[in-house]
Design a protein around this ligand. Structure first.
Ligand code: NAP
Length: 475
């Protein structure tokens, strides 16, 4: 753990192992912290808040610029750590480090743009001003699937705003968190401003985050189930929350789309991170006139994807995070097949040769998927593309919106009016129109319905770390 500028093992002195999901090898032992450690980290963050908050925006900005520069300098090293502990192919890891660094740069710039306002008053002799001030101590919890960028997406705006922070990273990916904290420390973040608590059991840490009155905001990225638990706990203590939760993205191929281009996009975005991204499509809704062309192209692309250790060149499919994740994918595929879906490619665990040591599942395409199947509603978080044909008689918007989630959606069409109507009608926070990567540090990322609360990135991502204060002046 990293508390008050010191790397240590926590009160119990215990550790837990970090494994490589591609090989099963032990990569490192890290501190296994408990509730007492979390409490101490929060107290340190609280004590460090006044000084950090009182620095000028220019001073805070300089630290973030330096961190951005260091993160890019260490891109290769950080990416290798990520591939080893998380499994994604090295090229994808390099991309993620770049995306993660973008947040440091964006918020280094935005730190200087926390503008207030003056508002005309209704009474003579009265003036109103609006000022934005940092919330205070932020408790952050991040997932394993994007183990670097999910951290900088929270830490950079928190620091830009003048907040101090305690982070608990996912149990399976603490090594990226440790590397990022070393970068921030070296960039000049003062002792106590950022604190890291690694733990094998997240519950006592979450309990402390939610109940400790010194914590003013919880920012969480992870599953909807955990988000509900933390959100309801935070609500009982009237703490601010930001929640980036699960998704079940529809990928619409409308009748005037180019099915080959759409299949290319589908192959790339579905199998990104082996399907373990919150914005991965989970339902491919394809107009029946294009199903054959779309499916043939997608299947032929998927059959070329090579699974293996992400450090080897040419690997496109890394392992799933653990055995439980493989079991979930297998259960969804078997259930869909038992209810009449067609297996078009894949559909089994990969256990040959060196793959036997890791958690691999073949990239899979299913045809004829229907609403009765689990995969139609449950987030898969694995490499399975379920195709659902629709006809002119079907209301494809209603089908796309038929989910409790509302994070990302994708639309392929060459008709401008259809693109605009679909964009407006989709109940999702992030919509790609002929675009499979509708994200960037400069734009707000987040979902509606059970996919979350608040936004990260962009101007809105900074506002979430600020309190609004108004002053009424009688003169
Ligand atoms: P998860 O099981 O909810 O875990 C996320 C984080 O919460 C981990 O650090 C986990 O710790 C911690 N956690 C779990 N139970 C907790 C508790 N009771 N108190 C405090 N912390 C607790 O989610 P995941 O499986 O790691 O991540 C995958 C999910 O994240 C998917 O649903 C995906 O869609 C979503 N996601 C959303 C976004 C977004 O921006 N909307 C981005 C990425 C991922 P441990 O690791 O120690 O269990």
């Amino acid at each position: 753990m990293f508390v008050n500028g010191v790397w240590e093992k926590g009160v119990r002195g215990e550790t837990f192992q970090v494994l490589n999901p591609a090989t099963g090898e032990v990569l490192a032992d890290v501190a296994d912290c408990n509730q007492e450690d979390a409490r101490r980290a929060i107290e340190v963050a609280h004590a460090s808040f006044p000084e950090w908050a009182s620095l000028t925006a220019y001073e805070r900005s300089r630290v973030l610029y330096k961190a951005h520069q260091l993160m890019l300098e260490r891109r290769e090293q950080l990416a290798r750590v990520m591939t080893q502990e998380q499994g994604k192919p090295l090229r994808a890891a390099l991309n993620e480090v770049g995306y993660g660094a973008d947040f440091l740069l964006w918020y280094a710039e935005e730190a200087k743009r926390i503008y207030g306002e003056t508002i005309p008053a209704p009474r003579a002799g009265q003036r109103f001003i609006v000022a934005y001030q940092p919330i205070g101590v932020v408790a952050a919890i991040t997932p394993w699937n994007y183990p670097a960028s999910m951290i900088t997406r929270k830490v950079a705006p928190a620091l830009a705003a003048g907040c101090t922070l305690v982070l608990k990273p996912a149990e399976s990916t603490p090594l990226c968190a440790i590397e990022i904290f070393k970068i921030l420390e070296e960039a000049g973040v003062p002792s106590g401003v950022i604190n890291l608590v690694t733990a094998s059991d997240p519950r006592p840490i979450g309990e402390e985050f939610v109940t400790n009155p010194l914590v003013r905001k919880i920012t969480f990225t992870g599953s909807t189930a955990t988000g509900k638990l933390l959100g309801s706990g935070a609500g009982a203590h009237v703490k601010r929350v930001s929640m980036e939760l699960g998704g079940h993205a529809p990928f619409l191929v409308l009748k005037d789309a180019d099915p080959i281009h759409a299949a290319k996009g589908a192959g790339l975005v579905k199998f990104l991170n082996t399907g373990q991204a919150c914005i991965c499509p989970n339902r491919f809704l394809v107009h029946d006139s294009l199903v054959e062309a779309f499916t043939n192209e997608l299947v032929s692309r998927v059959q070329k994807l090579q699974a293996g250790n992400g450090l080897k060149p040419g690997i496109a499919i890394g392992p799933l995070v653990n055995l439980k994740a493989v079991d979930k994918v297998e259960r969804q595929v078997h259930e869909a097949l038992s209810k009449g879906a067609q297996l078009l490619t894949g559909g089994q665990r990969l256990t040959e040769g060196q793959l036997s040591n890791g958690f691999f599942y073949a990239p899979t395409v299913l045809g004829g998927v229907t609403p009765e199947m689990l995969i139609y509603r449950e987030e898969t978080f694995g490499p399975v593309a379920p195709i659902i044909p629709f006809s002119d008689d079907d209301d494809f918007l209603a089908m796309a919106n038929d989910t409790d989630y509302g994070l990302a959606a994708y639309v392929y069409t060459q008709n401008l009016a259809a693109a605009m109507k679909t964009f407006e009608g989709l109940q999702f926070g992030i919509i790609g129109i002929n675009d499979i990567n509708p994200t960037a540090a400069a734009v707000p990322f987040g979902g509606i319905k059970e996919s979350g609360l608040g936004r990260e990135g962009g101007r809105e991502g900074l506002q979430d770390y600020l309190e609004t204060k108004i002053g009424g002046f009688a003169i």
